[in-house]
Design a protein around this ligand. Structure first.
Ligand code: FES
Length: 356
């Protein structure tokens, strides 16, 4: 271990300043004198500090317990009032804060009030030999000894309790992540059901749209037929399947091979979910045929299959293939051929027709 300071100036050194010959000597002030703390001289003060540290670790334990009670005892059923959700969130936050702050402040107080605080200096040198390794092990042993953790069972036990309980909130949270989404991100309500094609309907009232209703320059916010009747998972389904429907002059569309029949008479449907981070692409500039995402200004060109022409999005908006049924209503002939919205790890596995 290094040398402990006696507090007196004990070294001298030199520093080069300016030119080679301009060397100025100075007196090394050394390490400042060591000041004893109250707990170093008064056993009662040391005992009091020990109890304070234990109290802080105890607060951490209480914080963890508050978190766990709030997490498991407050039932958030489907019909939970917003006040119940807020209460649980508040208790989870308070519990986590106490759990982390208790351990942190306890360790800081322990180090400042009870652990030896004498100043130590040691020359740097490479650690290579077995002797050095042994010396390092001895230093670690010294540190453990100096913490006093062996002599102070109150601190040791409360610290062990606080550290053992502190990860439990994380376990509870990870356990609540739920089942893997698997390929639910790759499918939407637009897939035909029992051979029946889904009609395009207006958002939010769900009335079907006839091709004749869509005039050149108009834009419709669209949801799949039947979405409003869902009793469960309606918002999740809507988040994936919302679509923008527009009509252009058919000559202005330039479909790539394989997509020639995805539009009907200049009417095209594209996912409304931005491929950047998923905001709704809600602005249509009918003069330029551009769709604009208001979040970070990604701009998609309808005449080029919604290719990105500006902004941070990296992929075109997925196109929904459409046609018209026997009554003249617009229908989706299939689901999207790629997952909508932002990228995720397994996305490429679910792409049926890559964008060209
Ligand atoms: Fe659309 Fe960022 S979410 S540009």
């Amino acid at each position: 271990m290094g040398n402990h300071s006696d507090g007196s100036p004990n070294h001298s050194g030199t520093v080069a300043k300016g030119g080679q010959n301009d060397v100025e000597k100075f007196q090394d002030p050394g390490i400042p004198p060591h000041r004893l703390r109250l707990a170093d001289t008064d056993p009662k003060a040391a005992k009091k500090a020990e109890r304070q540290v234990a109290l802080l670790f105890g607060i951490s334990v209480v914080g963890t317990v508050i978190f766990l009670v709030a997490y498991f005892a407050i039932d958030l059923g489907k019909d939970s009032a917003i006040a119940t959700i807020r209460l649980q969130n508040a208790l989870l936050g308070i519990g986590t804060a106490f759990a982390m702050l208790g351990i942190g402040t306890g360790i800081v107080h322990w180090a400042k009030a009870l652990m030896p605080d004498h100043e130590v200096s040691e020359e740097r040198h490479a650690i290579r030999t077995e002797e050095d390794r042994q010396a390092a092990v001895r230093i670690v042993d010294d540190i453990v000894e100096e913490t006093g953790i062996k002599r102070r069972p109150l601190i040791r036990n409360t610290l062990l309790g606080a550290v053992a309980l502190a990860p439990l909130p994380a376990l509870a949270i990870f356990g609540d992540l739920g089942p893997r989404p698997d390929n639910t991100l790759a499918h939407t309500m637009w897939a035909p059901q029992d051979g029946k094609l889904k009609r395009l309907t207006r958002d939010p009232d769900g009335t079907p749209i006839k091709a004749a209703d869509v005039t050149i320059g108009s834009a419709f916010h669209v949801i799949p037929d039947g979405l409003n009747e869902l009793s469960e998972g309606k918002l999740n389904e809507k988040a994936k399947s919302v679509v923008l429907l527009m009509r252009l002059n058919p000559e202005e569309l330039h479909p790539s091979p394989g997509r020639e029949d995805w539009a009907y008479n200049g009417i095209v449907a594209y996912s409304k979910i931005c491929t950047h981070v998923g905001c709704p692409v809600a602005l249509y500039e009918q003069q330029t045929h551009h769709l604009l995402c208001p979040c970070h200004q990604s701009t998609f060109d309808l005449t080029q299959q919604c290719k990105v022409i500006f902004g941070p999005a990296s992929r075109p908006l997925p196109q929904l293939p459409i046609a018209v049924d026997s009554e003249g209503y617009l229908v989706a002939t299939s689901d999207f051929h790629e997952p909508v919205g932002p990228s995720y790890w397994e996305r490429e596995q679910h792409v049926l027709i890559p964008n060209s």
